[in-house]
Design a protein around this ligand. Structure first.
Ligand SMILES: [Mn+2]
Length: 344
């Protein structure tokens, strides 16, 4: 089970030995927290967040040349190009928790290699390595909807940020102050690259969460202000969602507002747990949809709703994607309403 203790110690040793590590991390809150934990431990090197998703591609060789690191640490990226790895002439460590892949010329650590059900976030393993900055570790874990086993330590140290033990990660995300910290980490990753970089740099120097949440330092205040700006935009989008009595909730947004899709579907799912959510935008004459439901079998209903409709789609039990020709979209929604109505 898990990433083995000897592997955790190996990574810690490599980090301690490195004088100029380069961290390449996913541009979400789990990736960011993983980087912050490791960087704040070694206090050396550089961090670069990876925008190409899901793969870390050869295009980042440029960054490697720019920083001449003696160690590369890849965090929370599901895919890394083999060509990229082959061209690196220095040790590479890759920690991830997505579906395991096979690559050469890299030390690859993934809890799912030993137990496919163990998909604890990258942040969780980074905390095992550094054993410090509990508040960043907890934030990164709940960002990936995981309540870590060290949450009781966190509650002891920060009772006002997490006053009781929750079983449901969604409640932690939307009802607590540590949830607000997650929102902040998430939102400051959006926007102009130069601003995101500046915000991350500040985060490497923040001493405690109250600097941000209670604005007790000028740096914390700056981060909170940046966050409030994105938050306002987001709240605007959220306020446009008009639920009806119908169990199918359709929300259409314009293409230039793509950056909040994941956040919107998560929060709508939390607010409307009994509904089937269809979040979509139009592109090239098609409706690109993300379908989510907390309780309903989305995959099988999607299959049914696609009958006599020009389109395709598929995915998981509670989350799917679909693409529907625009003229057929009303029919698709109608089919879905019928299926949902008949299900219970
Ligand atoms: Mn992750």
């Amino acid at each position: 089970m898990a990433i083995k203790q000897e592997d955790i110690e190996y990574i810690r040793e490599q980090l301690s030995k490195s004088v100029n590590p380069l961290f390449l991390f996913d541009d979400d809150a789990d990736g960011l927290c993983s980087f912050l934990l490791l960087y704040r431990y070694v206090r050396e090197g550089h961090g670069v967040f990876i925008k190409t998703s899901p793969e870390l591609s050869e295009m980042y060789l440029e960054k490697v040349n720019e920083y001449s690191p003696d160690l590369i640490v890849i965090l929370d990226k599901p895919q890394v190009s083999q060509v990229f790895l082959d061209k690196l002439k220095i040790p590479v460590i890759w920690i991830d928790h997505h579906v395991p892949v096979k690559r050469h010329n890299v030390k690859y650590f993934n809890p799912r290699l030993n137990d496919d059900l163990d998909n604890r976030p990258t942040t969780y393993w980074c905390y095992k390595i550094v054993q410090q900055d509990l508040w960043i570790a907890t934030t990164g874990c709940i960002a990936d909807w995981h309540i870590p086993d060290f949450v009781t330590d966190f509650m002891k140290e920060y009772p006002d940020l997490l006053p009781k033990k929750y079983d449901d990660p969604a409640k932690v995300l939307f009802e607590t102050r540590i949830g607000e910290l997650y929102q902040l980490f998430n939102f400051i990753l959006k926007g102009k690259t130069s601003e995101v970089k500046a915000a991350i740099k500040i985060l490497t120097r923040i001493n405690d969460p109250y600097e941000i949440l209670d604005k007790t330092s000028s740096q914390g205040k700056y981060l909170y202000k940046k966050y409030s700006k994105s938050k306002k935009e987001y709240e605007q989008l959220l306020s446009e969602v008009m639920p009806t009595d119908d169990k199918v909730l359709v929300y259409e947004y314009s293409a230039d507002r793509t950056s909040y899709t994941a956040e919107l579907s998560n929060e709508l799912l939390y607010k409307y747990p009994t509904k089937m959510l269809i979040i979509c935008r139009e592109k090239s004459g098609e409706m690109r949809c993300s379908l989510r439901s907390k309780n309903m079998d989305v995959a099988s209903k999607l299959k049914g709703a696609l009958i006599d409709v020009r389109g395709y789609g598929g995915g998981h039990l509670h989350a799917c994607g679909a693409c529907i020709k625009k003229p057929d979209f009303p029919k698709f929604v109608e089919n879905m309403k019928e299926l949902v109505k008949n299900s219970k």
